[in-house]
Design a protein around this ligand. Sequence first.
Ligand SMILES: Nc1ncnc2c1ncn2[C@@H]1O[C@H](COP(=O)(O)OP(=O)(O)O)[C@@H](O)[C@H]1O
Ligand SMILES: [Mg+2]
Length: 198
Amino acid sequence: MSAAGEIPDGTTPIDPDEREGLRFKHVTTRGELDQLEQVNIQNGLRWLRRRRRSDMLTEAFMRELHRRLFGEVWSWAGTFRRTEKNIGVDPIQISVQLRMLLDDARFWVENDTYAPLEAAARFHHRLVQIHCFANGNGRHARIAADVYLRECFAHAPIDWAAGHDLVKESARRDAYIAALRAADAGDYSALMAFVGAP
Ligand SMILES: Nc1ncnc2c1ncn2[C@@H]1O[C@H](COP(=O)(O)OP(=O)(O)O)[C@@H](O)[C@H]1O
Ligand SMILES: [Mg+2]
């Protein structure tokens, strides 16, 4: 929890220079911002459904997806983070680490390394661990994992929220963050249970 008491555990705080990129200067509450982002995400998902299918395991796609999901709200959407965060690699490492993840994710598909849900959960965890962007990493990486499932495995998406709101505080969100932290420590069992992997 933040000192202000309104930012749930496991989120990235926004720096003043990142706040500069907010396209709606009148926004004062977290709730207003959540709503604007939600509309943008809906538009981004519509773009995702209609786009001409391309190789998703590229830096260009990962950035474009973030821009489509958040670019109506944040001017820096789709560009990599330049500041250190409480979560994530050193900013100068983002591009290299993302490249390694995308290469690994392709290898997993080509070699049947993992069952689809396990591959997607591992992909998701490593993507949020890199933390490519200043904000929106969780939502971007959940959608990216679902694109990976559909386009590389012809598999149905993960039921991330299971009827709850993962962006706000809830028991489901607590279980999600706890599962990511266990995965940080090398134990994937809680994350596998969370995504419904057998
Ligand atoms: N310990 C952790 N290890 C890996 N990822 C984490 C951890 N804690 C939080 N996360 C991820 O970071 C996300 C929060 O980052 P943020 O950029 O604010 O995304 P969003 O704005 O979409 O919530 C969480 O939803 C989760 O996916
Ligand atoms: Mg956030």
